[in-house]
Design a protein. Structure first.
Length: 341
């Protein structure tokens, strides 16, 4: 092959490789742009102002999951029209909860060497206050009815509740004094009437009572899960019932809705929603046959809301809390709903 021919072959190869690279970049750019555009059939989302104040009419604030420039932002819809247009706040959260004019937002911060996470206290106008580094991937968040206490759970080992190879850490913050309990594992544990010590003890899924002293949560130890009642003053927890995960206390504080592992279910989808009467400890299976891996939210004393996988990542459904009725879709592309007003 002559030198002239070799040069010609090299030039052709360079042109071809350049064309392939350009096509790849354009394809990647198109895919990125597609994520920034609202998905066809998705809800309309517009910029606006959102308040966490108790007044202002019945509404639901939640994490928007629809693709587009407002994905992961806190948005608001009227409670009477949950499928309608959404008002976006500009505040992004992976997990969120609010009550009493106070919010807790678990966020990801993207850096050159990887993601880090933090918990941010929000005021009624969604202005950031104190923030705290998180030791793992955000999982659950709750605020007490008065807004004084906030709790969050993160995965510090593993990333799913489905198996047994995971570790969590649950913190409780007094937003009034700034006192942070970095892990509920610091609390004394009373299990079956006796003081319990075990290195494998994990806690997650806090739900608060109105008295700003007591709470309920899940405790795992010895391969089993328990509903525990906690005391923030005594710094102790006491087991109440077995096979309870991610409890949610009803507004009248008479029942807990939770996810329960049921026999015969797939290993990666083992849960069904149940309600527990706190006076009698009688369980009632709710009318949802799909596996629910979520900490349900009470919309009122009769109805709970929870997420299931959907086309946008997650959709929200409602269900009567007494075992009757059937699941109903509340909205598409939503997560972590909070009823306000």
């Amino acid at each position: 092959m002559t030198l002239r021919l070799k040069v010609l072959v090299l030039l052709v190869a360079v042109v071809l490789l350049g064309g392939v690279a350009t096509a790849s970049l354009l394809h990647a750019s198109d895919r990125a742009a597609e994520k920034d555009r609202p998905q066809a059939g998705g809800p309309a989302v517009t910029d606006g102002l959102i308040s966490l104040s108790p007044g202002g009419g019945r509404r639901i604030v939640f994490r928007n999951m629809a693709w587009g420039p407002h994905r992961d932002e806190l948005v608001s819809v009227p409670a009477a029209a949950p499928g309608g247009g959404r008002t976006a706040s500009g505040v992004k959260c992976l997990r969120f909860h609010a009550a009493g004019g106070t919010g807790i937002c678990l966020q990801a911060r993207h850096g050159a060497v990887g993601d880090t996470y933090r918990a941010v206290v929000l005021d009624a106008g969604l202005k950031e206050g104190a923030h705290y580094p998180l030791p793992g991937i955000p999982s659950r968040a709750r605020v007490s009815p008065s807004g004084r206490f906030a709790a969050w759970t993160v995965f510090v080992g593993g990333d799913s509740y489905a198996g047994t190879n995971f570790s969590t850490r649950t913190a409780v913050l007094d937003t009034r004094t700034g006192r942070l309990t970095s892990s509920l594992e610091e609390f004394e544990v009373v299990k079956d009437g006796r003081i319990h010590h075990a290195a494998d003890t994990n806690f997650w899924g806090v739900t608060f009572s109105r008295d700003d002293r007591h709470f309920y949560a899940t405790m795992a130890t010895g391969g089993a899960t328990y509903l525990v009642r906690g005391d923030l003053v005594a710094r102790s927890v006491t087991t109440l019932h077995r096979n309870v995960e991610c409890p949610s206390l009803s507004p009248d504080e008479t029942r807990i809705v939770y996810k329960k592992r049921v026999a015969g279910a797939p290993a990666d989808a083992p849960w069904r929603p149940y309600a527990l009467d706190l006076r009698t400890l009688r369980e009632t299976a709710l009318a949802e046959r799909r596996s629910v891996d979520d900490q349900a939210v009470w919309l009122d004393d009769r109805t709970v809301a929870y997420s299931l996988p959907g086309d946008f990542g997650a959709d929200l459904y409602t269900l009567p809390a007494d075992g009757t009725g059937a699941p109903r879709r509340l909205m598409t592309a939503g997560l972590a709903p909070v009823p306000l007003g």
